[in-house]
Ligand binder design. Sequence first.
Ligand code: GDP
Length: 452
Amino acid sequence: MIQTDTVVAISTPRGAGGIGVVRLSGSEALSIGRRIFRSQPPLGERVRHVEYGRVWAEGRAIDTGVAWAFVAPHSYTGEDTVEISCHGSMVVLESVVEEALRLGASSAGPGEFTRRAFLNGRLDLLEAEAVIDLIQASSKASLDNAYGLAGGRLSELVRKLKKRVVKALSLIEIGLDFSDADIDEIGRQEIRAELREVIEGSLRLAETFEGAKRRQEGYFVALIGRPNVGKSTLLNVLLGEDRAIVTPIPGTTRDLVEGKTVWSGQTMRLVDTAGIRQTDDPIEKEGIGRTSRAIDEADVVLAIFDSSAKWCDDDQIVLDLLPSEKSIAIFNKVDLPCILDRSKVEPRALSFVDISALTELGLEDLKRESATRIPQKMEIDGIGITRQRHQDCLMRAARSGTAAGKLLTDGQPDECVVVELQEALNALGEMLGERTDEDVLDAIFSEFCIGK
Ligand code: GDP
């Protein structure tokens, strides 16, 4: 059988009993699809109709199901596409794929359908990447962002920046074409105004990276406290699993133990740190060093004190480490008689929550209070960039815009300004995927799973 440009993959694998979809895309999708899926009328005769029929493989019917066809260019990939939905046992799904391979299709690589959509101009690169974000979204907040990106909101902002660079370029080129002298002062002012917008716009967008990354990966919540205050117990109950080892011997959590959970629609990355105390043990010292770094990096610090014990020097060390703007004091073990002198903590003007990790009292208050400490969203038009690649392109655009402005101010030849503006244009074009190497595309689409 001649190999065709058509690819096939299981698009929604499910266990036995569920529904699974096999997707075909390419110039032979319809002819291959019709040989596998037999219906009356045949698949694709009624465009955008769902047909009911039999699924054939190796010369016999193996299942019944439904299928639909989209005709190029009106499909996700921009090519002829067939989707066959059958009973989701892996045997059925794999038989359908094998039959398609026998009929000349090849196996789709990771993200191949989205890659084809990109290559056929159905999506730009930012929108294609957002499909990955949509698939991988772990919270409502990151889903909202991914949906905005997939809908082209970021692409629109980048195109607006590009337009400004093009305007600046055309103003210079008018000067180069029509006079021996360089562009006049009014022209220069106009160019500078466009450049300012490009630089500021690029930088503002670039700055959304940290916030969006945090939202995607989870806000960093560090649990700190002297040994034995109940950090590990608290982490376990918050994560609902035995992630940290709980023992009554002080100093057992020497490494950082972490897990993710979702509070109020936001992904939180909870990290149990080594207990803080005065020590000469080098391993424990290293653990405490890591705790200090974790405090620096954390978005929220939960400083845990044992309300059933007397205030001690180690509690004081913890208190002295606290950055007040992002810390919450947690008084644990309130199921026991409270003997801790709380007045030591109160002057630090932190918020306070009483809990019992053991009886799970006060945990909702703790979650609510933590959610209020999450850094304010840094977004533009409700979206933030989610990749280092985006930030690099935006920073390049900002740098070239700045360099172009300086050349203009210094009275350097307009041709030099043009070179910088071209570079800004390239950077923004690359961000949209207008000019992108195969290697870069391979790296981007390898993040996808097969079938998407
Ligand atoms: P860590 O060293 O701070 O991680 O503390 P652990 O989580 O290992 O807890 C130390 C001891 O305190 C264990 O015996 C826990 O069972 C106990 N503990 C933790 N939280 C509570 C609580 O809310 N109430 C009571 N009564 N005991 C607790």
